[in-house]
Design a protein around this ligand. Sequence first.
Ligand SMILES: [Zn+2]
Length: 269
Amino acid sequence: MKKKAEAPNIDGYVDTHFHVLHSIKMGLSHEEILDAAFNSGMSFGIDIATGPEDFDERLTFAADYPGLFLSVGYYPSWAESIPDFLEETLVAQTRKNDKVVAIGESGLDYHWNYGTPEDQQKLFSRQINVANQLKLPLIVHCRDAQEDLLKVLRHNRAEYRGVIHCFSGDYSFASACVDLGFYISFAGNLTYKNAPELREVLKRIPLQSILMETDAPYLSPEPRRGRTNMPSNVRFTYHAAANLLNIPVQDLTSMVRSNMEELFSLPQS
Ligand SMILES: [Zn+2]
Protein backbone atom coordinates (compact mmCIF):
# COMPACT_ATOMS: atom_id res chain seq x y z
CA MET A 1 0.00 0.00 0.00
CA LYS A 2 1.27 3.45 -0.86
CA LYS A 3 2.07 5.51 2.22
CA LYS A 4 0.06 8.73 2.29
CA ALA A 5 2.02 11.96 2.39
CA GLU A 6 2.19 13.36 5.89
CA ALA A 7 3.43 16.85 6.71
CA PRO A 8 6.06 16.76 9.46
CA ASN A 9 5.00 18.34 12.74
CA ILE A 10 5.79 22.02 13.14
CA ASP A 11 6.18 23.48 16.63
CA GLY A 12 3.83 26.32 17.40
CA TYR A 13 1.99 26.66 14.10
CA VAL A 14 -1.40 28.41 13.92
CA ASP A 15 -4.53 28.10 11.76
CA THR A 16 -6.47 31.37 11.77
CA HIS A 17 -9.63 30.13 10.04
CA PHE A 18 -11.65 26.90 10.13
CA HIS A 19 -15.22 25.76 10.74
CA VAL A 20 -15.45 22.84 13.18
CA LEU A 21 -19.23 22.38 12.92
CA HIS A 22 -19.09 22.22 9.11
CA SER A 23 -16.49 19.46 9.48
CA ILE A 24 -18.73 17.58 11.92
CA LYS A 25 -21.49 17.69 9.29
CA MET A 26 -19.03 15.96 6.95
CA GLY A 27 -18.69 13.07 9.37
CA LEU A 28 -15.70 13.98 11.56
CA SER A 29 -15.87 14.39 15.34
CA HIS A 30 -14.57 17.56 16.97
CA GLU A 31 -12.00 15.47 18.87
CA GLU A 32 -10.66 13.98 15.62
CA ILE A 33 -10.26 17.43 14.13
CA LEU A 34 -8.87 19.29 17.12
CA ASP A 35 -6.71 16.53 18.63
CA ALA A 36 -4.98 16.01 15.27
CA ALA A 37 -4.16 19.71 15.18
CA PHE A 38 -3.05 20.29 18.75
CA ASN A 39 -1.11 16.98 18.83
CA SER A 40 0.88 17.96 15.73
CA GLY A 41 2.12 21.26 17.15
CA MET A 42 -0.72 23.76 16.73
CA SER A 43 -0.59 26.53 19.35
CA PHE A 44 -3.66 28.53 18.39
CA GLY A 45 -6.65 28.13 16.10
CA ILE A 46 -9.84 30.10 15.48
CA ASP A 47 -13.17 28.45 14.85
CA ILE A 48 -15.04 30.88 12.60
CA ALA A 49 -18.76 31.68 12.80
CA THR A 50 -21.06 31.83 9.80
CA GLY A 51 -24.10 32.74 11.91
CA PRO A 52 -25.18 33.14 15.54
CA GLU A 53 -27.36 30.05 15.96
CA ASP A 54 -24.72 27.48 16.92
CA PHE A 55 -22.66 29.62 19.31
CA ASP A 56 -23.40 27.60 22.46
CA GLU A 57 -22.44 24.36 20.76
CA ARG A 58 -19.15 25.90 19.61
CA LEU A 59 -18.45 27.13 23.12
CA THR A 60 -18.75 23.62 24.57
CA PHE A 61 -15.86 22.21 22.56
CA ALA A 62 -13.80 25.42 22.74
CA ALA A 63 -13.80 25.06 26.52
CA ASP A 64 -11.75 21.84 26.25
CA TYR A 65 -8.91 23.35 24.20
CA PRO A 66 -6.97 26.29 25.72
CA GLY A 67 -5.52 27.19 22.30
CA LEU A 68 -8.88 27.32 20.56
CA PHE A 69 -10.61 30.69 20.09
CA LEU A 70 -13.87 31.76 18.41
CA SER A 71 -15.26 34.47 16.20
CA VAL A 72 -18.91 35.57 16.14
CA GLY A 73 -20.60 37.02 13.07
CA TYR A 74 -22.88 36.84 10.07
CA TYR A 75 -21.75 35.41 6.71
CA PRO A 76 -22.71 37.53 3.63
CA SER A 77 -25.62 35.13 2.90
CA TRP A 78 -27.47 36.74 5.81
CA ALA A 79 -27.95 39.79 3.53
CA GLU A 80 -31.03 37.99 2.20
CA SER A 81 -32.78 38.84 5.43
CA ILE A 82 -30.72 40.94 7.81
CA PRO A 83 -31.66 40.13 11.42
CA ASP A 84 -33.07 42.97 13.54
CA PHE A 85 -31.00 42.24 16.62
CA LEU A 86 -27.64 41.71 14.94
CA GLU A 87 -25.71 44.16 17.14
CA GLU A 88 -27.28 42.98 20.40
CA THR A 89 -26.60 39.33 19.50
CA LEU A 90 -22.93 39.90 18.69
CA VAL A 91 -22.37 41.99 21.80
CA ALA A 92 -24.07 39.41 24.04
CA GLN A 93 -22.11 36.49 22.55
CA THR A 94 -18.80 38.34 22.86
CA ARG A 95 -19.43 39.32 26.47
CA LYS A 96 -20.51 35.81 27.38
CA ASN A 97 -17.04 34.32 27.06
CA ASP A 98 -13.44 35.47 26.74
CA LYS A 99 -12.86 32.93 23.95
CA VAL A 100 -14.30 35.39 21.39
CA VAL A 101 -11.47 37.23 19.64
CA ALA A 102 -12.98 38.51 16.36
CA ILE A 103 -16.10 39.50 14.42
CA GLY A 104 -16.85 37.51 11.25
CA GLU A 105 -16.82 36.02 8.87
CA SER A 106 -18.42 39.03 7.30
CA GLY A 107 -17.70 40.69 3.97
CA LEU A 108 -19.01 40.72 0.41
CA ASP A 109 -19.74 37.84 -1.96
CA TYR A 110 -21.04 38.91 -5.37
CA HIS A 111 -20.42 35.48 -6.87
CA TRP A 112 -23.60 34.33 -5.15
CA ASN A 113 -26.39 36.87 -5.30
CA TYR A 114 -27.11 37.13 -1.60
CA GLY A 115 -29.65 39.97 -1.40
CA THR A 116 -28.54 43.08 -3.32
CA PRO A 117 -24.99 44.49 -3.21
CA GLU A 118 -26.44 47.30 -1.05
CA ASP A 119 -27.88 44.77 1.41
CA GLN A 120 -24.51 43.02 1.61
CA GLN A 121 -22.72 46.31 2.20
CA LYS A 122 -25.19 47.23 4.93
CA LEU A 123 -24.70 43.89 6.67
CA PHE A 124 -20.92 44.27 6.41
CA SER A 125 -20.90 47.87 7.66
CA ARG A 126 -23.03 47.05 10.67
CA GLN A 127 -20.49 44.37 11.63
CA ILE A 128 -17.60 46.82 11.21
CA ASN A 129 -19.40 49.11 13.67
CA VAL A 130 -19.87 46.29 16.18
CA ALA A 131 -16.21 45.30 15.83
CA ASN A 132 -15.21 48.90 16.58
CA GLN A 133 -17.56 49.06 19.54
CA LEU A 134 -16.17 45.80 20.96
CA LYS A 135 -12.55 46.70 20.02
CA LEU A 136 -12.19 43.50 17.98
CA PRO A 137 -10.63 42.74 14.57
CA LEU A 138 -12.74 41.62 11.61
CA ILE A 139 -12.61 38.38 9.61
CA VAL A 140 -13.38 39.42 6.03
CA HIS A 141 -14.61 37.23 3.16
CA CYS A 142 -14.36 38.77 -0.33
CA ARG A 143 -15.46 37.14 -3.57
CA ASP A 144 -15.88 39.03 -6.86
CA ALA A 145 -16.32 42.27 -4.90
CA GLN A 146 -12.87 43.81 -4.48
CA GLU A 147 -13.75 47.33 -5.54
CA ASP A 148 -16.81 47.62 -3.29
CA LEU A 149 -14.97 45.96 -0.42
CA LEU A 150 -12.27 48.64 -0.52
CA LYS A 151 -14.95 51.32 -0.81
CA VAL A 152 -16.70 50.09 2.34
CA LEU A 153 -13.45 49.69 4.28
CA ARG A 154 -12.23 53.16 3.31
CA HIS A 155 -15.54 54.77 4.23
CA ASN A 156 -16.02 52.85 7.47
CA ARG A 157 -12.63 52.09 8.99
CA ALA A 158 -12.12 48.91 10.98
CA GLU A 159 -10.26 50.50 13.87
CA TYR A 160 -9.00 47.20 15.26
CA ARG A 161 -8.02 46.00 11.80
CA GLY A 162 -8.66 42.48 10.56
CA VAL A 163 -7.80 39.83 8.03
CA ILE A 164 -8.78 39.23 4.41
CA HIS A 165 -9.28 35.50 4.71
CA CYS A 166 -8.54 32.94 1.99
CA PHE A 167 -7.01 35.68 -0.10
CA SER A 168 -7.41 35.23 -3.84
CA GLY A 169 -6.73 38.59 -5.49
CA ASP A 170 -3.72 40.22 -7.11
CA TYR A 171 -0.89 42.25 -5.60
CA SER A 172 -2.55 45.65 -6.03
CA PHE A 173 -5.66 44.53 -4.11
CA ALA A 174 -3.46 42.93 -1.43
CA SER A 175 -1.39 46.06 -0.99
CA ALA A 176 -4.54 48.25 -0.77
CA CYS A 177 -5.76 45.95 2.04
CA VAL A 178 -2.38 46.08 3.79
CA ASP A 179 -2.50 49.89 3.58
CA LEU A 180 -5.82 49.75 5.45
CA GLY A 181 -4.12 47.76 8.22
CA PHE A 182 -5.38 44.37 7.11
CA TYR A 183 -3.51 41.08 7.19
CA ILE A 184 -3.58 38.77 4.17
CA SER A 185 -4.39 35.16 4.98
CA PHE A 186 -3.28 32.38 2.63
CA ALA A 187 -5.17 29.09 2.37
CA GLY A 188 -4.63 25.80 0.54
CA ASN A 189 -5.18 27.39 -2.87
CA LEU A 190 -1.63 28.78 -2.53
CA THR A 191 -0.47 25.23 -3.34
CA TYR A 192 -2.62 24.83 -6.47
CA LYS A 193 -1.01 24.75 -9.89
CA ASN A 194 -3.26 27.48 -11.29
CA ALA A 195 -2.36 30.10 -8.65
CA PRO A 196 0.85 31.85 -9.82
CA GLU A 197 -0.65 35.28 -9.05
CA LEU A 198 -1.30 34.29 -5.43
CA ARG A 199 2.27 33.06 -4.99
CA GLU A 200 3.44 36.41 -6.33
CA VAL A 201 1.35 38.21 -3.67
CA LEU A 202 2.93 36.08 -0.94
CA LYS A 203 6.42 36.98 -2.13
CA ARG A 204 5.72 40.72 -2.40
CA ILE A 205 3.74 41.68 0.72
CA PRO A 206 5.56 42.27 4.03
CA LEU A 207 6.05 39.19 6.24
CA GLN A 208 4.45 41.22 9.04
CA SER A 209 1.14 41.12 7.11
CA ILE A 210 0.96 37.36 6.46
CA LEU A 211 -1.41 34.90 8.12
CA MET A 212 -2.11 31.25 7.27
CA GLU A 213 -5.31 29.23 7.40
CA THR A 214 -7.08 26.13 6.10
CA ASP A 215 -10.73 27.26 5.83
CA ALA A 216 -11.36 23.59 6.76
CA PRO A 217 -13.36 21.55 5.86
CA TYR A 218 -12.95 23.27 2.46
CA LEU A 219 -10.00 23.84 0.13
CA SER A 220 -7.52 21.11 1.10
CA PRO A 221 -3.96 21.97 0.13
CA GLU A 222 -1.91 19.74 -2.14
CA PRO A 223 -1.31 16.79 -1.69
CA ARG A 224 -4.68 16.45 0.05
CA ARG A 225 -6.69 18.34 -2.58
CA GLY A 226 -10.19 16.96 -3.10
CA ARG A 227 -10.48 15.51 0.41
CA THR A 228 -12.13 16.94 3.53
CA ASN A 229 -9.74 19.50 4.94
CA MET A 230 -8.53 19.60 8.57
CA PRO A 231 -6.68 22.34 10.47
CA SER A 232 -3.62 20.03 10.77
CA ASN A 233 -3.29 20.17 6.96
CA VAL A 234 -2.26 23.83 7.19
CA ARG A 235 1.28 22.42 7.67
CA PHE A 236 1.38 21.61 3.95
CA THR A 237 0.63 25.26 3.17
CA TYR A 238 3.34 26.46 5.59
CA HIS A 239 5.87 24.23 3.86
CA ALA A 240 4.83 25.48 0.42
CA ALA A 241 4.97 29.12 1.56
CA ALA A 242 8.35 28.75 3.28
CA ASN A 243 9.73 27.22 0.07
CA LEU A 244 8.44 30.12 -2.01
CA LEU A 245 9.88 32.66 0.43
CA ASN A 246 13.09 30.68 0.69
CA ILE A 247 13.12 30.79 4.49
CA PRO A 248 13.08 27.95 7.07
CA VAL A 249 9.52 26.79 7.83
CA GLN A 250 10.11 27.37 11.53
CA ASP A 251 10.92 31.06 10.88
CA LEU A 252 7.72 31.52 8.90
CA THR A 253 5.74 29.73 11.62
CA SER A 254 7.09 32.01 14.36
CA MET A 255 6.37 35.09 12.26
CA VAL A 256 2.80 34.06 11.47
CA ARG A 257 2.16 33.10 15.08
CA SER A 258 3.34 36.46 16.35
CA ASN A 259 1.22 38.24 13.67
CA MET A 260 -1.79 36.28 14.89
CA GLU A 261 -1.06 36.98 18.57
CA GLU A 262 -0.83 40.67 17.82
CA LEU A 263 -3.95 40.99 15.69
CA PHE A 264 -6.22 38.94 17.95
CA SER A 265 -4.61 40.01 21.27
CA LEU A 266 -3.83 36.39 22.18
CA PRO A 267 -1.59 35.43 25.10
CA GLN A 268 2.00 35.79 23.81
CA SER A 269 3.72 32.42 23.44
ZN1 LIG B 1 -14.60 30.34 6.10
